[in-house]
Design a binder for this molecule. Structure first.
Ligand code: ADP
Ligand code: MG
Length: 412
């Protein structure tokens, strides 16, 4: 599908580029006042035309930022050269105003700002040149209303910026929506897979664990060394059992897990107490900063499960002695919980893999924690978002629709 689209895009690209090349060639060869002179100006026009055509044809092969910057620089040079070479063609000024709009087609914010800056610098130079050196009055139409022309130029750049900004925000939103869609699709498949696999594995595991426990009892003919091995085997089987239990939690929505009004502060305090022993082990502390009236509608066991997974990850990522900060605020219609750590963080690639079953960079990790978190958040109409950079730390932002504190106050 992706290839199909990129193939389509290429076809359209080459069609548009062919039209541009034809226009450039017409501009160069048909009724050109400098054609018969063959002076420096015409040679410059020809060279820039050839470079621009080459860049446009080569672009699909080198689709990177450097090449895009080269294309925009050459386009700018070409359009300004035309402006200075053919003073009679007043409409050339329109092209100068439009230069940053061309960069929008590449959907690259760095390129857009580069082009906007370059154009502003070039136009400042152009206006100064006309004002100071145009003794022959070649640009009389400019000078007649210099301020008006300048205002029009600034206005055109502002409009182009607005168009860029609005389309960029829209595309970002669509991209986010697409990623969310992919995520829920992944969760659905995992759920179905989990149900099938977990049932098949759980039964034999229970049988084996049962027999091992039986052989491990006092009056069996096995010596202590073998019994030690039995202990190990039972512990490992229990680990496997836990993984399966976590999987099943996703596959089978438990009817008993009813929604209730949860006071976020109370739950977070109890989790902090619970994790304190864990935190002391790593010499880390939890810094709680929670607003009073944060109430959400959720099953409190699942909420605990969610928060424990996130806080545990933050503590595991932190350096010895660092604290994990938990901030909770009530905003207009939702409660926002932030879990901040200053640990080893994640790269962009790692961020993209979050929530994938069994994705774990820890030697003893299951890679199921975040998958469960995504599932719980989605179930209660919340959102979860990770901001992270390598060696700086991670901020996890969780949002849930908030419940009215008056109702909450009455109920609790
Ligand atoms: P596990 O904790 O068992 O590895 P999780 O699903 O909880 O599985 O997390 C998956 C992976 O995401 C982790 O192995 C870790 O690499 C990364 N991760 C999650 N939270 C953080 C964090 N706060 N800082 C850095 N990496 C994190
Ligand atoms: Mg984890």
């Amino acid at each position: 599908m992706k290839e199909f689209y990129s193939q389509m895009n290429k076809k359209i690209y080459y069609k548009v580029v062919s039209i541009i090349i034809v226009l450039i060639m017409i501009g160069l060869l048909v009724d050109n006042p400098r054609f018969y002179e063959l002076g420096v100006g015409y040679i410059l026009h020809s060279i820039l035309s050839i470079i621009l055509i080459a860049c446009l044809l080569l672009y699909p092969k080198y689709e990177n930022l450097t090449f895009r910057i080269i294309i925009m620089a050459v386009t700018t040079a070409f359009l300004y050269a035309i402006f200075f070479l053919y003073q009679g063609t007043v409409s050339n000024f329109i092209f100068l105003c439009f230069i940053p709009a061309i960069s929008i087609l590449f959907f690259d914010s760095k390129l857009f700002y580069f082009s906007l800056m370059l154009n502003t610098l070039s136009i400042s130079f152009t206006f100064s040149y006309i004002l100071l050196f145009d003794k022959e009055n070649l640009y009389f139409y400019f000078k007649q209303d210099l301020i008006g022309n300048l205002i029009n130029f600034i206005g055109s750049q502002a409009i182009i910026y607005l168009i860029y900004h609005l389309s960029y925000v829209r595309i970002k939103k669509q991209h986010l929506y697409y990623e969310q869609l992919q995520h829920s699709e992944r969760l659905k498949t995992t759920g179905q897979l989990a149900a099938a696999v977990a049932h098949e594995i759980r039964n034999p595991l229970t049988v084996v664990t049962g027999f091992l426990q039986l052989y491990n009892e006092k009056d069996t003919p096995f010596n202590n060394e073998i019994k030690g091995h039995f202990d190990l085997m039972i512990a490992e089987l229990n680990n496997a059992e836990q993984v399966i239990a976590q999987f099943l939690a996703i596959a089978k929505p438990d009817k008993n897990k009813k929604m209730e009004l949860v006071n976020v502060k109370v739950v977070l305090q109890s989790i902090t107490e619970l994790l304190k022993s864990y935190g002391l082990l790593h010499d880390n502390t939890i810094d709680l900063n929670v607003d009073e009236d944060c109430f959400i509608s959720i099953n409190h066991i699942e909420f605990k499960q969610l928060m424990i997974n996130i806080i545990k990850n933050a503590m595991e990522a932190s350096k010895l002695g660092d604290s994990v900060i938990i901030k909770t605020v009530r905003k207009n219609h939702f409660v926002e919980i932030k879990v901040i750590d200053y640990g080893y963080g994640m790269s962009e690639e790692e961020l993209k893999s979050l929530g994938t079953p069994f994705y774990s960079l820890k030697s003893n990790g299951t890679g199921l924690g975040l998958m469960i978190c995504y599932h719980i958040v989605e179930k209660y109409n919340g959102t979860i978002n990770f901001q992270s950079s390598k060696d700086t730390g991670t901020t996890v932002t969780i949002k849930f629709p908030s419940k009215n504190n008056v109702v909450a106050g009455l109920l609790l």
